[in-house]
Design a protein around this ligand. Structure first.
Ligand code: MTE
Ligand code: MO
Length: 318
């Protein structure tokens, strides 16, 4: 790549904040609540930078564009996989029961200091940007979406893992009383996923808090999810409550269910079919089109180096 575009997190703070203020109602109310509570307690301010500084949309990073037209927003928010709310595509209504106010994330395991942080507080500390990525589900459909969020590498730096940590594990909430899928006890709830530290530090690994320039809808994984565009969609875990650093390869939800079908790597690979269907092509959501699937979902330039020396032809079965 001849032209190197500076990334937003390399720019001075003043250059990346204060974009058009489109504060979500939810965040506004949450912020007002926090300030009210602080005043009642004798006037101390919220920890860190105030959550109300976080405004959508985030500045677009032009280094990441999808290469295909954006999928219509109405499709992205109504055709979902989120097994906590049912194993069909129409879970968007059921997902409204999840309450995302005051959401906290615990960072634990092999870190200098374990901590629990409010997601708005975390977001205020992160280098925020928007990126357009292709997404490829193992079910052979795909979409192109603008995510708002920050590089996972920034969160890892913030978490300060010990040098012996080799993997990072992510965990979704466990609330069977509001998420009916979690009453299906044959599934290994809560949903978990994992990456190696080099994968997690790859420039493409992204943490999303928004979609189409607004905070995430519940059905897309509010208030905070992973986006790993070179891997099948199930690696992009939604509604994260815990991030754990470890020196053991984490057990993951789908790998625990069937490790022959759902490998730990799960890199997109058109040459490795599922037993029941080919992965050579994908149905582009919102169109009648089928297009060829690309190795690493077309992101080989950025990620192929991570898998040198591994059996690259069979990545889904690892
Ligand atoms: N917690 C959780 N995260 C999840 C899933 C899930 O069932 N539960 N489904 C995954 C799958 S299979 C895909 S394709 C994507 C779908 O994301 P979307 O609904 O925002 O398109 O979310 C992933 N993250
Ligand atoms: Mo998926």
């Amino acid at each position: 790549m001849p032209i190197r575009i500076p990334r937003p997190w390399e720019l001075p703070e003043s250059a990346v904040t204060d974009e058009t203020i489109v504060l979500s109602r939810r965040r506004l109310l949450a912020g007002a609540g926090a300030l009210g509570a602080a005043a009642a307690m004798g006037g101390w301010m919220p920890r860190g930078r105030a959550a109300e500084e976080v405004a959508y949309p985030f500045p677009r990073n032009p280094a990441y564009e999808g290469g295909r037209p954006l999928t219509p927003e109405g499709k992205v928010t109504t055709y979902n996989n989120f097994y906590e709310f049912g194993s069909h595509k129409k879970i968007w209504k059921a997902a409204q029961r999840l309450s995302t106010g005051g959401w906290e994330i615990t960072i634990d395991g092999m870190v200098e200091k374990e901590q629990t942080i409010d997601v708005d507080d975390l977001l205020a500390r992160m280098p925020r940007e928007e990126r357009i990525y292709r997404h490829r589900c193992v079910e052979a459909w795909s979409m192109v979406v603008p995510w708002s969020g920050f590089p996972l590498a920034a969160l890892i730096d913030y978490a300060r893992p010990l040098s012996g940590a080799t993997y990072v594990r992510f965990e979704t909430f466990l609330k069977p009383h509001i998420a009916p899928g979690q009453k299906q006890t044959w599934f290994p709830w809560p949903f978990t996923e994992g990456l190696t530290i080099p994968e997690a530090r790859n420039e493409l690994a992204f943490v999303a808090t928004g979609l189409f320039g607004k905070p995430l809808e519940n059905q897309n994984g509010a208030p905070i999810r992973l986006v790993v565009p070179w891997k099948y969609g199930f690696k992009s875990i939604k509604s994260i409550v815990r991030i754990t650093f470890t020196d053991q390869q984490p057990k993951t939800f789908w790998n625990t269910i069937n490790n022959r079908l759902y490998g730990f790597w799960a890199n997109v690979n058109p040459d490795v079919p599922f037993p029941d269907w080919s992965q050579a092509e994908e149905r582009v959501l919102g169109t009648d089109e089928k297009v060829p699937t690309q190795i690493y979902n077309g992101y080989g330039e950025q990620v192929a180096g991570l898998y040198k020396g591994l059996d690259e032809g069979r990545t889904i079965f690892f």
